[in-house]
Design a protein around this ligand. Sequence first.
Ligand code: ZN
Length: 314
Amino acid sequence: MKRQNLLFIFWGVAFTSVALYWGVARLIGGHPISFTPGPCSEPLTYTIGDIDTRFGISENEIHAAMKKAGSLWSDATQKTLIKQAEDEGKILVRFVYDEEQEMADNELRARERIRSEQGVLDNMQARYDRDRESFDRRSERYLDLAQQTTRELDTLNDWIREINSRGGFTDEEKKEYEQRKAEVEVLQKKVLDERAALDLKARNINRKIDRINEMIDANNLLIDRYNDEFAGENRFTKATFQRTQNGGIITVNQFLSKSELPLVLAHEIGHALGLNHVSNPNSIMFSKMGAQQIYPSIQLSEEDTQAILNRCGL
Ligand SMILES: [Zn+2]
């Protein structure tokens, strides 16, 4: 008997790289700013105006986001630069829902779908890894058993040859031969059974791999569609700052998530404080959104800090 190898081929998993383009630049507001309120001598005050209920955000949440956004600038200068007005503030912050927010909501849904599909995929992949590990261990045991069987068979054959060369088997030896032959046959049967079991397992695992690959394809398609539909640069404006006689108006038209809102507000507050756009894409005062750090917390860039320090004459 020859040593048996597993004859089935185990296909490598074709995990294609999943390209996610979340950080695609979007316009915050390409508006020239000439507003110069002399911001650092006393805090700019703000009032929250109309909030379209379709944003699903409360006034308290907006205050919290404004506080977070304002503190970025205040911390950099060690001065309170903006605070909530007791009566009517110089800056009006309002939330005007339009189709852009609807698009943002659709975008968010598309993202969530992609994420949840990826979660399912990750689970499947983890299960596959476990199956594959247990398969590999069992396959090793199978090979050991097959080798052992081959050795026993060789030993038996050596013994038979030896006896044959001595002129053949005695009745006693023949009895021993029958017994040893039966033992080897038991082992051979075990090897064949194990081989069949492993074949079945391999087929199941291969089916899982096919399914995972199908899901990866489907998810890549979702991502392609997402990128086609939502990743256009400069496609829409999120918020604007308009200068008025006494102060200004921050109008938020959309935001993707409540963790993104402070970034949008920080940018517009920057304008309200008299800052212009800066050139580093990581900056809050960069003209487009996308490259700025949001997690674990929003940060001013070196250029943002320099800009506010210059603005305040510090
Ligand atoms: Zn801007």
